[in-house]
Design a protein around this ligand. Structure first.
Ligand code: NAP
Length: 537
C-alpha cells in the first residue's frame, strides 16, 4: 500500500471512536494516511461514552489509564481522583479529540452494518445502517471488547410499565431514583459499582443475585498534587517501566513470594495491607502463585470471605455474598466503595435468584419462583457479549468467500489478536487473543495501534497491497493462548473470558493472559523476523 498513490477515498476506515479508534486516527493520519472513523454514538469515548451509570469508574488508576503518546498531554491533564469516574474519563476523551483535531475525521451517528473485502480491488466496502458506503484499503476494528450489552431474554420485559436501563446503554440525562423501588439484576463490576449509589437514593432496592462475585475496596481518594506531581516528574520513565509489566502498569512491585512461603499471621498481615492499599492489582500481586495454584488462591479467597462475613451484619445475607464457584481473580476482580456495607442498609434486600430463579418480568415488577417484587425501575447490570459480540454484530465477509461469523463459528481465531486468516487488510485493535482486557487497556491500545501502523508503513515502503494472518501461524497462536490460560486458574471460572455468560457461545479462552510485556516482545520479534506468520502481498 502506498498512501499517496492510492485511488481509494480512504486508506483506512476505523470503526469506533473510543480510545482505540481515536489513537488509530491520530497515529495513522500523522503518517499521512487518509483515515475516516465511523462511530455509532454522537460523541467520542466508546465504553466511557456508553457506561454513564451511577458509580461508573475505572479500575485502573488515572495516572496509568491515560495515553502516553504525548508527554505534553500527560503533563498538562489533571485527574481529580485516584480512580477516575466516568464523567472525568469522558471529559478526557473529548479533550483529546479537540486537542488533536480528531472530530473532523470522525463521522458520528454512523453504525456499521457490513463490510466486504474485494480480493481483486484489494479494498473493503463498508456499509452503514443508514445506507452510507465507504471504501478503504484497510479496515480497523476498534469496537471495544465490552460494547454489545446483553439483556437476558426474560418473558414480559416488553410489558413492564416502569423504567428500565442497561448499565452499558445508560441515558445521558440524570436518572433520579429518589422515592422509587428499584431492582438491579447482576452483581459483576457494573452492578457492584452501581448498587451502593442507587441504594442511597432509592426508597427500596432489591438486588437480584445469581452468582456472588469477589470485590476488593478501591480506596479511591482525591488525587492530590503531592501524589500527582512526583509521578509526572518521572512520567516518561514510569511509562517505560510499565512496558515491562504484565498489566502495563508500573505502580506495583511484582510479587516475589509464593503464598506458602509465609505463615498464617504473616499472610494475613500482607493481605490486610493489600486490602487497605486498595485496587485489584495490589491484591492479586500479594503472591506470585495466586492465579496459578488453587491452594494459594484458596488462602486469598478465605481472607476475602472473612472480610465479607465481618462486614455484612445478617449472617444469611453474608453467606449469599460469599463467592464459592470460582477462584478469586479468575473473573475480573471487582473494585468497590462500600459494596458489602450497602447490605446493612434497611432499604436494601438481597434476593438469591440462584435459589429462586427469575421467572418473568411483570407489568409492575419481577417474579421469581417464590415471590413477586413490585418495582418502579429495573436496572440490568447483566454484562456483554464480550470480545466477539460487537465484531460479529456486523456482517464482515470476503466477496464470494467466507463470512467472519462462519470462520468463528466454533470460536474466534486470530493471529496475535489483531488479524484473521482469510480476511485480508483487517486489523482488530485488542481482538480475541490479545492481552487487552487483561491489562491496562490504553497501554494495550497504544501497543496494538503502533504495531499495526508499522505494518502499514512497511507495506507502503515495499509497495504491497494486502496482509493477512497465515493459517498455520493463526492456529499456533490460538493454541498458545489456550496453553497459557491452561497453566493458570482462569479457565476454572464461568466468565465472559470464555464466553460462558452467553448461552450457546463456544467455550474458548479469548484473552492472552501471559501479560502485555511478553506479548509486546512477541510482536517485536514478529516484526524483526520480517512479519513472521503474516502473508504480505
Ligand atoms: P458481568 O461481569 O458479565 O456481570 C453480569 C452479571 O449479571 C453477573 O452477576 C451475572 O450473573 C448477572 N446475570 C446475567 N444474566 C443473568 C440472568 N439471566 N439472571 C440473573 N443474573 C444474571 O458484567 P459487568 O458487571 O457489566 O462487567 C463486565 C466487565 O466490564 C467487567 O468484568 C469488567 O471487565 C468491565 N467493567 C469494568 C469496570 C471498571 O473498570 N471498574 C466497571 C464495569 C465493568 P452470573 O454470574 O450468574 O451469570
Amino acid at each position: 500500500m502506498t498512501a499517496p498513490q492510492s485511488t481509494q477515498p480512504y486508506d483506512v476506515i476505523v470503526i469506533g471512536a473510543g480510545f482505540g479508534g481515536m489513537y488509530a486516527l491520530h497515529r495513522l493520519r500523522k503518517l499521512g494516511y487518509r483515515v475516516r472513523v465511523l462511530e455509532a454514538a454522537d460523541g467520542v469515548g466508546g465504553t466511557w461514552y456508553w457506561n454513564r451509570y451511577p458509580g461508573a469508574r475505572c479500575d485502573v488508576e488515572s495516572l496509568e489509564y491515560s495515553y502516553s503518546f504525548d508527554n505534553d498531554l500527560q503533563q498538562e491533564w489533571e485527574w481529580p481522583e485516584r480512580f477516575s469516574a466516568q464523567p472525568d474519563i469522558e471529559k478526557y476523551a473529548n479533550h483529546v479529540a479537540d486537542r488533536y483535531d480528531l472530530r473532523k475525521d470522525i463521522q458520528f451517528n454512523t453504525r456499521v452494518q457490513s463490510a466486504e473485502f474485494d480480493q481483486e480491488l484489494a479494498s473493503w466496502s463498508i456499509r452503514a445502517v443508514d445506507g452510507d458506503t465507504f471504501t478503504a484499503q484497510h479496515l480497523a476494528l476498534a469496537v471495544g471488547n465490552l460494547s454489545l450489552p446483553r439483556v437476558p431474554n426474560f418473558p414480559g420485559l416488553d410489558q413492564f410499565n416502569g423504567r428500565w436501563f442497561h448499565t452499558g446503554q445508560w441515558p445521558k440525562e440524570t436518572i433520579d431514583f429518589s422515592g422509587r423501588t428499584v431492582g438491579v439484576i447482576g452483581t459483576g463490576s457494573s452492578g457492584i459499582q452501581l448498587i451502593p449509589i442507587v441504594a442511597q437514593q432509592a426508597k427500596q432496592l432489591y438486588v437480584f443475585q445469581r452468582t456472588a462475585n469477589y470485590s476488593v475496596p478501591s480506596m479511591n481518594r482525591l488525587l492530590t498534587p503531592e501524589v500527582a506531581l512526583p509521578h509526572k516528574a518521572q512520567y516518561p520513565a514510569w511509562r517505560e517501566r510499565a512496558k515491562d509489566t504484565p498489566f502495563g502498569i508500573a505502580g506495583h512491585a511484582p510479587p516475589e513470594k509464593f503464598a506458602a512461603d509465609d505463615g498464617f499471621e504473616e499472610r494475613q498481615r500482607l493481605f490486610e495491607t493489600k486490602w487497605k492499599t486498595g485496587g485489584n492489582i495490589s491484591f492479586l500481586y500479594a503472591y506470585k502463585d495466586l492465579l496459578t495454584d488453587q491452594a494459594a488462591n484458596d488462602l486469598a479467597c478465605e481472607f476475602v470471605h472473612d472480610k465479607i462475613r465481618a462486614t455484612v451484619k445478617d449472617p444469611k445475607v453474608a453467606e449469599w455474598l460469599v463467592p464459592n464457584d470460582h477462584p478469586i481473580g479468575t473473573k475480573r476482580l471487582c473494585l468497590d466503595t462500600n459494596y458489602y456495607e450497602t447490605y446493612n442498609r434497611d432499604n436494601v434486600r438481597l434476593v438469591n435468584v440462584r435459589q429462586a430463579p427469575i421467572e418473568a418480568i411483570t407489568p409492575d415488577g419481577l417474579r421469581t419462583t417464590d415471590e413477586h417484587y413490585h418495582l418502579d425501575d429495573l436496572i440490568f447490570a447483566t454484562g456483554y457479549d464480550a470480545m466477539t459480540g460487537a465484531i460479529l454484530d456486523m456482517d464482515i465477509r470476503v466477496k464470494g468467500g467466507a463470512r467472519l461469523a462462519e470462520a468463528w463459528e466454533h470460536g474466534p481465531k486470530t493471529y496475535l489478536g489483531v488479524m484473521v486468516n482469510g480476511f485480508p487488510n483487517l486489523a482488530i485493535i485488542t481482538g480475541p487473543g490479545s492481552p487487552g482486557v487483561k491489562s491496562n487497556m490504553i497501554s494495550a491500545i497504544e501497543q496494538h495501534v503502533d504495531w499495526i501502523a508499522d505494518l502499514v508503513e512497511h507495506m507502503s515502503r515495499t509497495g504491497k497491497a494486502t496482509f493477512q494472518a497465515q493459517a498455520e501461524a493463526q492456529e499456533q497462536w490460538v493454541k498458545h493462548v489456550n496453553e497459557v490460560a491452561d497453566q493458570t486458574l482462569y479457565p476454572k471460572a464461568n466468565s465472559w473470558y470464555v464466553g460462558a455468560n452467553i448461552p450457546g457461545k463456544p467455550r474458548v479462552f479469548m484473552p492472552y493472559v501471559a501479560g502485555l510485556d511478553k506479548y509486546r516482545k512477541i510482536c517485536d520479534e514478529v516484526t524483526r523476523d520480517g512479519y513472521r506468520g503474516v502473508s504480505i502481498n
